[in-house]
Design a protein around this ligand. Structure first.
Ligand code: ATP
Length: 256
């Protein structure tokens, strides 16, 4: 089996803008690598890449993303957003995955700030937003979506305690291609919605608001109450002396 070869086939969906063209690969190092190669060769907004198997999947900060051939959705979408939309892409991705998973399997997901989709208190999907500036000075972003479909995380010690899948949560199997189409159609719809609509849905499913959390980020950890989120998704954290902090990234742990 060749890694990073030409796609097995290309799928066209005339009903959508995002996902109009989907390149379906057998095995790649990472769909992010394939999508960046296409983006840098000038691929238009909305082109997407999926693979049935991935040998070097990654999440934020270069962390490994674990997948199972045929048991996971690995999807990367090329976006050329306006600056306004670029600032809320991770919310757009999360809301789209939540809707797609509800349609595919009737699962009701929650979100962990800033970029994870949870089900049953465990991580179902990770979303990676990787942005650059293109040759014309516009933003180009590859959105990576790793969604556990038919795998059983209990079989993988690294994620057994923290992860779940569509199969575990619903008893239903979903083919990667079917899941890709559902996510792309949902992304197309959510992308066209206003910032207020997206924020409202995302905020409504964010599971930590009002709770005591610790956020680790560059420069150390910050403890306090996760009070709210700003319009661009930044976390507003009230510390123990009453000061409000605006956090754009970091890792959140719930405190007792
Ligand atoms: P965290 O989940 O701790 O907030 P993160 O958002 O930075 O981390 P991601 O970029 O979404 O993480 O993904 C990398 C991390 O996700 C890994 O360090 C591992 O803990 C976890 N992980 C890896 N593969 C999977 C998977 N298939 N399902 C759920 N979690 C996974």
């Amino acid at each position: 089996m060749r890694t990073n070869g030409s796609p097995l086939f290309e799928r066209y969906d005339a009903a959508t803008d995002i996902g109009r063209r989907l390149y379906v690969h057998d095995r790649v190092t990472s769909t992010m690598d394939m999508a960046w190669a296409l983006a840098e060769a000038g691929a238009p907004h909305g082109d997407a890449v999926m693979a049935f198997a991935q040998t070097a999947g990654r999440g934020r900060f270069g962390r490994a993303w674990l997948s199972e051939p045929g048991g996971s959705l690995m999807l990367s979408v090329i976006l050329r957003p306006s600056l306004d939309i670029a600032s809320r892409l991770s919310m757009i991705g999360a809301v789209a995955v939540r809707r797609a998973v509800a349609d595919l399997a009737g699962i009701s997901c929650t979100f962990k700030w800033p970029n994870d989709v949870f089900a049953g208190g465990r991580k179902l999907c990770g979303i990676l937003i990787d942005g650059r500036v293109d040759t014309g000075g516009g933003a180009v972003v590859v959105m990576g979506i790793g969604l556990n479909l038919n795998m059983r995380p209990a079989d993988y010690p690294e994620i057994a305690a923290i992860a779940t899948s569509v199969l575990v949560e619903s008893g239903r199997r979903a083919a990667p291609e079917e899941a890709a189409v559902a996510v792309l159609r949902a992304l197309d719809a959510v992308h066209a919605e206003t910032g207020a609509e997206v924020l409202g849905e995302w905020r409504g499913a964010l599971h930590m608001l009002g709770k005591r959390v610790s956020v680790s980020r560059r420069g150390g950890a910050l403890d306090g109450i996760a009070e709210d989120v700003a319009a661009d998704g930044a976390l507003l954290l009230r510390d123990d002396v009453g000061a409000l902090h605006r956090l754009e990234s970091g890792e959140v742990t719930l405190r007792a």
